[in-house]
Design a protein around this ligand. Sequence first.
Ligand code: HEM
Length: 492
Amino acid sequence: MRSIARLDRGFHEIPGPKQWPLVGSLPDFMGQGPGIHRVHKAYYLKYGPIVRINLLGNQEVIVYDPNEYLKVFRQESNFPTGFVGDLWMVHEIFKTRPYKSFVQSQGIEWQQKRREVQKYVMSPAVAASYLDAINDTAKKVSSRIDVLALSSKSNQVELKQLTKYISFDLFCSAALGKSLNTIDPANADPRDLQMVEDSSGSLNRTVKLMEKPYAKYIPTREYKECESMYQGVDRRGHELVQQAVQDLENGLAVSDETGPIVHRMLAGGVDPVAVNGELAALLGASVDTTQHVILWLLLNLATHPAAQQKLSSELDSVLGGADYTKEVQAKLPYMKAVIRESHRRNHTNPLLTMRRLDSDISLCGYNIPAGTRITFNGADIQQDPKVVENAERFFPDRFLPEQVALRQHDKTLSTLDHKLLATPFGFGARMCVGARLAESEVWALICRLLQDFELRLDPPNQTWDIAMPFMTIADPYPSISFIRRAQTPSKA
Ligand code: HEM
């Protein structure tokens, strides 16, 4: 075990809010509703880059400085626990399920299962191979938005529910080789619509149960709903995996480079029960996360016409109506900057990366004992006016290469370009396994929609707050109109 550096201050000297007997810092969060992000921001402003809190007796350290948190990743074991490690309800529920996915596993079991799954999801070549199916789904989304916009008086499209279905359909294009078309609920299979609700609902119940540790002993309504939703996903997943088994028996050809995730796993010899368990876990981790990234991108573009126009011009000149491809990514610096700026300004969930280390660690000059929950909050430092000029403003140009180069020698300003802040996918051995897939989904969708439509906040004077029931969202999510652009002759 690492010995404590002589100059380190003690754990209890870490600044932070008052800790009351039994409840700890919980009173700060009570009455905030879905405003947990506001409490964390207030802590950062008041106490600085490291804060010690206590939730119902559990000590937790929040680290806001990416340079400091990088030390955590450097010291993590080969089997980090991650966010799910602390979710008692997931462990309870999966004790009785037929299969436990890598996400619900720990230690060597996690590593073996994750290695097996990531073969089919994570490498650049594998992720790129799903792009044709993703682009097909993006086109379907565009057609559906056309129908919805034209059926509304002023081209408004209700995005909050639709983006959940978009996210599900995009994931299914990679996982099953086709969109399940839930974006058109009247014509979709009700079992698929239910699967979307169960997948997203189980995650949301899980988050709510985190605030109710007593539910472990007295099963609450939320716990029972959570359990039944996990079962619901499993049921429909079983049918979809069986369908994939049939597809293979009927001669569907797959290889290392082609075919949907589920079919490739089956062809690679993974047991169908395991394929179903991993499918459910991937789905659960993908729907709400991707949905909220899309929601913020669309809103930031709709509310910033100049940025939208600049993006649209870039897409016109590089793609000219054609689909997004991985090869073209390097020619779209403004698109990259838009995605990065949307993540900076509206982080979708700054509290998903957490670790417990096997040995003590020194962070910001304090000793953190082994086993302490250490959470990375990458959102608030990116809003700090000392680090980011005009932090409130949505200004993608700040991430164009020439702007990045200008600040590279400034210790404070270059923090913004730290690798831990660059993406929303976490880092280290337990980073998001779907990062490349999610990136393909978001790029393909935004490239398609921004080539096909102009987005307008309509009516223009809407206001909203930011809520964080689980992911951050504009609340109420405003109305956006989609005005079809004149067709560009396609380069496809
Ligand atoms: C833009 C959308 C997404 C965001 C923002 C996101 C973000 C994250 C984050 C922050 C983590 C935790 C990383 C850490 O602990 O350091 C994570 C884990 C994970 N993500 Fe994603 N994710 C997204 C999309 C996806 C997709 C599409 C999939 C599935 C294909 C996926 C599957 C997973 C899984 C399975 C884990 C847990 C990994 C493990 O426990 O080993 N995610 N994600």
